[in-house]
Design a protein around this ligand. Structure first.
Ligand code: NDP
Length: 255
């Protein structure tokens, strides 16, 4: 793994917390230079310092992924300052849960702007660079709820389904090129995302440790794997939905 990641430059959105923070620490330990993006500058600064103090490489750029002019400006700066980028991990995301009509239109819009448009903006900024080098890895962090739906997940789930479509489309467009697309689909994972979802519903979920999710992705990228599930039961659920949608619905009704 070290051989694959040594001196790779990796842009990670949503690096200030949860899965993104874990990926940054691990990928830096594997020899990559990690380029950390998120809105909370103090968090990015502290993480970059921690990585550098351990003798590894990191830089950071505060960014709101849902602001397209800001994404263009910051990505141009990254390409100018950092040189060749090898991997883009579209990980930033937010989750607001509740009955569809109880969430405000603003909450629905912000979810789409962050989870879907954010990934589109970043990919649009870096793909020409990958095309020019005929080399790169594009990662999309979708979810198990990008394949199956749960009550109260409505627009959050819609953004994750959309990322599945986007990744699949890009994989088709990039076939035959040395640019790889990866789709990570974790089930509930033990990060602040679920606490911030304002929902007691998620308290009952079994949550995977962050390391299990992060390590699956790290291995998956190195193995050029497209679809990356993080547990056997989430993969099984997606298969059940394909073969017997009614059974999947019955199982999902318990959540
Ligand atoms: P966290 O809440 O721990 O982290 C979310 C990250 O996204 C933070 O670093 C946050 O940084 C960043 N972020 C949010 N909004 C923006 C924005 N507008 N611009 C830039 N950065 C933003 O959540 P997770 O680590 O759990 O989530 C990471 C990804 O994994 C998300 O896409 C999520 O949907 C997905 N996922 C999570 C699961 C879970 O159960 N935890 C399960 C399946 C998928 P800041 O606030 O500083 O901007």
């Amino acid at each position: 793994m070290k051989k694959f990641y040594q001196n790779k430059k990796i842009v990670i959105t949503g690096a200030s917390s949860g899965i993104g923070e874990y990926l940054a620490l691990e990928l830096a330990r594997l020899g990559a230079k990690v380029i950390l993006l998120a809105r909370r500058e103090f968090k990015l600064q502290a993480l970059a310092k921690k990585i550098q103090e351990q003798g590894f490489q990191a830089s950071y750029y505060p960014l709101n992924v849902s602001d397209s002019p800001q994404v263009i400006e910051v990505c141009e700066k990254i390409l100018k300052n950092e040189g060749t980028i090898d991997i883009l991990i579209n990980n930033a995301g937010i989750m607001k849960l509740g009955p569809f009509e109880k969430l405000t239109l603003n909450q629905h819009e912000t979810t789409i702007q962050t989870n879907l448009l954010g990934s589109i903006y970043l990919t649009h900024a870096f793909l020409p660079h990958f095309q020019q080098n005929n080399s790169g890895h594009l990662v999309f962090v979708s979810s198990l709820v990008g394949h199956v739906n749960l009550q109260n997940f409505n627009t959050y789930s819609a953004t994750k389904f959309a990322l599945v479509g986007l990744a699949e489309g890009l994989k088709t467009e990039l076939r035959g090129k040395n640019i790889f697309v990866h789709l990570l689909c974790p089930p509930a994972t033990d990060t602040p995302l679920l606490e911030n979802a304002d929902s007691a519903q998620v308290d009952q979920f079994r949550k995977l440790p962050i390391a299990q999710v992060g390590n699956r992705l790290i291995q998956g990228i190195a193995k050029k794997k497209y679809l990356i599930f993080c547990s056997w039961d989430s993969q099984l659920l997606v298969w059940i939905k394909r073969i017997c949608p009614r059974l999947a619905e019955a199982i999902l009704a318990h959540y």
